[in-house]
Design a binder for this molecule. Structure first.
Ligand code: PFF
Length: 447
């Protein structure tokens, strides 16, 4: 990739790619079950507050680091940090990205299996017990979950190989509008179900008595995971955005789209869950075990099942692309590998680690570290420690060591963009966000 073509070709492409990276399984798979477990509306409000108060400023900060340096996540800290020690934040990001991708690719692979099951009508006509059995038999198996995981990794690597503009940007520009349309369609369907009102009440009526401290922390952690903060994804994509774009506007778009998709996923899922008498608080299995039952009891359920799982896999794909690009940008720019070699080698490394996450549902399910299976350990360690620690390090670097004038210069495009929000942003970067992050990290350790 030559220097002159570095980056996305348009502002829209940048927003679609970055929003695609943020919108993923976190929105459609994780958010609804967390909402379900934490009592609905109050969780939504807490999450919304964190996205607006911290999410937008933190995305902006990663964009500043990426765009100012025009570099991958390690190169960015090397260039801006002057002292070599700062690159440690970059290497830390690479490890986080690798570990997230390792477990994320497992659930991404499941989406492909469910598309196949839905298309071949293997989900219809099953009793609830059989639906659960289908899920368990598949996830605890050896060959098929690994097969679908690998397939997903290959699909992702293929897009990456085509490059930033011809691969990532192009695919995002097609898939993201498709995702929005499919989601809208599913929302309309769900809103015409008998218990639509009850489902909406569950999502939008805040009952604060149901929200415990752990739920508030979940809402904060969820907002970081969902916005892909703290792994270098936004540093990398930020480095591909044009110097003419407004960092504030782009970041706001990303956060708002991400939030809307999460809420829309709730609107799709909960009216359906209530209409067909399922349990809204059924945890990570909500999407894979509860929803197939819902589709089964719906007219034209097979069609909606196919649409839903296609939607889920599109969301996952644009996110895995952003995860792998963090690694590929690093090896291309810092190690001078070509894109193809980078994509293939990083894919193989992720597969070598990720396969243990997949097998931790089956043959390795009794292998536990600190009481966690490998999958749960990766999920827990990244969400509760690595992301918050990575983000904290980033805010300390940008807020306390990097010159304020340069941050302001990057955010205002050299003074061309006016607005009085800079001081508020800088206050959040320097004080509010680091304090919130310390609280998450400490509470994670205490727990
Ligand atoms: N934000 C993605 C989601 O909500 O599914 C997950 C993710 C993608 C996290 C990319 C981190 C990342 F770098």
């Amino acid at each position: 990739m030559g220097k002159e073509q570095r980056g996305f070709s348009s502002s829209l492409g940048a927003i679609m790619a970055a929003a695609g990276g943020a919108i993923g399984l976190g929105n459609i798979w994780r958010y609804p079950y967390m909402l379900g477990e934490n009592g609905g509306g109050a969780f939504l409000l807490a999450n919304m507050f964190f996205v607006l108060a911290f999410g937008i400023p933190l995305i902006m900060s990663e964009f500043v680091i990426g765009r100012r340096s025009q570099s991958n996540v390690v190169g960015a800290y090397r260039k801006l940090g002057k002292k070599k020690g700062w690159t440690i934040i970059g290497y830390f990001s690479l490890i986080s990205a690798l570990l997230i991708y390792a477990f994320y690719s497992v659930v991404s692979g499941w989406t492909l299996n469910y598309i196949v099951l839905a298309c071949t009508n293997k989900l219809s006509g099953l009793s609830p017990e059989q639906v659960t059995e289908t899920f368990t038999t598949f996830t605890t198996g050896t060959f098929w979950p690994v097969f679908y995981q690998l397939l997903f990794l290959i699909m992702t690597a293929l897009v990456i190989t085509f490059g930033v503009q011809k691969g990532i940007e192009k695919v995002s520009k097609v898939l993201m509008p498709m995702l929005f349309l499919l989601l809208l369609f599913m929302c309309i369907r769900s809103l015409t179900l008998p218990a639509a009102k009850q489902g909406l009440h569950f999502i939008f009526h805040p009952d604060f008595s149901k929200l415990k401290m752990s739920g508030v922390l979940d809402a904060l952690g969820q907002s970081f995971f969902s916005l892909s903060i703290g792994v270098g994804a936004m540093v990398t994509y930020g480095s591909y955005t044009s110097k003419e774009d407004s960092i504030f506007k782009t970041s706001t778009w990303i956060a708002v789209c991400d939030l809307l998709v999460a809420v829309a996923a709730g609107v799709v899922i909960f009216p359906a869950v209530f209409s067909f008498g399922m349990d809204p608080a059924s945890g990570p299995e909500l999407v894979y075990v509860v929803l197939p039952n819902v589709f089964n009891s719906m007219p034209a359920g097979t069609l909606f099942a196919v649409i839903f799982f296609v939607l889920l896999s599109i969301a996952a794909l644009t996110s895995t692309i952003s995860l792998q690009e963090i690694l590929v940008a690093y090896t291309v720019e810092e190690r001078q590998w070509n894109r193809r070699k980078s994509s293939i080698i990083s894919m193989l490394v992720i597969f070598a680690v990720g396969i243990f996450c997949t097998l931790s549902f089956g043959p390795l399910s009794n292998f536990k570290i600190f009481g966690f299976t490998i999958f749960d350990l990766f999920d827990h360690v990244t969400a509760s420690y690595l992301l918050p620690i990575g983000t904290l390090a980033m805010t300390i670097f940008l807020g306390w060591f990097y010159p304020k004038a340069e941050v302001k210069d990057e955010i205002t495009n050299g003074g061309a963009l006016k607005g009085n929000l800079f001081e508020l942003y800088y206050f959040i970067l320097r004080y509010a966000a680091p304090i919130a992050l310390v609280i998450i990290i400490v509470s994670g350790i205490v727990e």
